[in-house]
Design a binder for this molecule. Structure first.
Ligand SMILES: Cc1cc2nc3c(=O)[nH]c(=O)nc-3n(C[C@H](O)[C@H](O)[C@H](O)COP(=O)(O)OP(=O)(O)OC[C@H]3O[C@@H](n4cnc5c(N)ncnc54)[C@H](O)[C@@H]3O)c2cc1C
Length: 311
């Protein structure tokens, strides 16, 4: 369904596998009744997962970059348009705020985050800034819980590991075991971000484990590992406006200013700027491709040299 992403994975030599869905699905409707067991339905086309997880994609991309041109641990705070260039003010982890002078800026982060957390001098055109801020970051309201086990014991009961619940805290559960690796159950918490933020991580984990026991039995009580990540509380992802859930993907806003000081200097290439797949990983590929083309065209118009092989 996302051919650009498929091509990129192939080019990077990343292995994929279909999410495990063989077996029955469990549905939790009420506290008074045991979970309902029903034949599962396989997604068509299947949901695909990366061997090694999403981190494998980051590592593969990083391996192709010259380490000398990568700077990490630097948070951009302010962008100032000077006569001949853009000045970036960066907060680095060592506490020394360095300044970068650049020709072009490609914003590889969600549009709402860019418009909310970055300070632009002069300010962006008002309508553009409003549209960027109004574009929700897909999934930013969500928290994920993962429980790791030695073996996928639910499969021995002909269960797929998939479950749906209207009791919670987990709303949707899947078996995300890695081939040849640990067995894992993963879920999205069905609790609003504002509520999640009021409960300690330890309490939330205990509620998640209790729910897995209700669904899959006593073996689920003692995972060998677990992780809880609340993306709504992650400042480089979510803003205050992302605390309220939105279900669908937003329509991509314009990725650059067509007037004023920022025209021809700034392009949004984060996933939310993708016209084809806004919010998805595939959207990040699509938006980056379109944004890089636009930037190269702007450089060519100015007659500036483009680095050889800079794809
Ligand atoms: C819970 C959850 C589940 C998801 N599930 C799926 C899924 O199943 N399939 C799918 O296709 N997509 C999924 N997504 C969406 C996917 O993660 C995004 O589409 C993708 O990460 C977007 O990539 P990006 O490069 O545009 O931006 P991001 O991945 O958001 O990267 C932005 C980067 O910019 C950095 N940054 C932020 N602010 C600054 C700053 N001021 N200075 C310097 N750096 C900064 C951040 O630290 C981050 O590294 C999910 C997202 C979430 C939160």
């Amino acid at each position: 369904m996302q051919p650009q992403l498929d091509r990129l994975f192939t080019e990077l030599g990343l292995q994929r596998f279909a999410q495990f869905e063989d077996g029955d699905l469990l549905v939790e409707r009420s506290r008074q009744a045991p979970p309902l067991r029903t034949p599962g339905f396989a997604s068509d086309p299947p949901s695909m997962r990366l061997v090694g997880g999403a981190g494998a994609l980051v590592a593969a991309l990083q391996a192709r970059l010259d380490p000398a041109i990568v700077r990490t641990g630097q948070t951009v705070g302010r962008l100032r348009r000077e006569d001949t260039h853009v000045e970036l003010l960066v907060d680095d982890s060592a506490g020394q705020p360095p300044v970068w002078h650049v020709e072009q800026v490609l914003l590889a982060l969600p549009s709402r985050l860019a418009a909310t957390r970055l300070q632009f001098e002069p300010v962006l055109p008002a309508e553009l800034a409003r549209r960027w801020r109004a574009t929700p970051t897909w999934m930013a309201t969500h928290a994920k819980y993962v429980a790791v086990y030695d073996k996928p014991f639910w499969r021995e009961q002909a269960l797929s590991g998939s479950a749906r619940s209207s009791i919670g805290p987990m709303g949707e559960i899947h078996d995300v075991s890695m081939p040849g690796g640990h067995a894992e159950l993963f879920d999205f918490l069905g609790v609003p971000a504002r509520v999640c933020g009021q409960v300690t991580n330890e309490d939330l984990r205990a509620h998640c484990r209790a729910q897995l026991v209700r669904l899959f039995g006593q073996q689920a009580a003692v995972p060998v590992g677990e992780a809880l990540k609340d993306w709504a509380a992650d400042p480089p992802t979510a803003t205050h406006d992302d605390q309220d859930a939105v279900g669908q993907h937003a329509v991509a806003p314009a990725r650059s200013a067509d007037e004023g000081a920022w025209q021809g200097r700034l392009v949004g290439i984060g996933s939310e700027w993708s016209r084809q797949f806004p919010g998805y990983v595939a959207g990040a590929v699509d938006a980056a491709e379109a944004g890089v083309q636009q930037t190269l065209a702007a450089l060519a118009r100015k007659g500036l040299p483009q680095k050889e092989g800079s794809d």
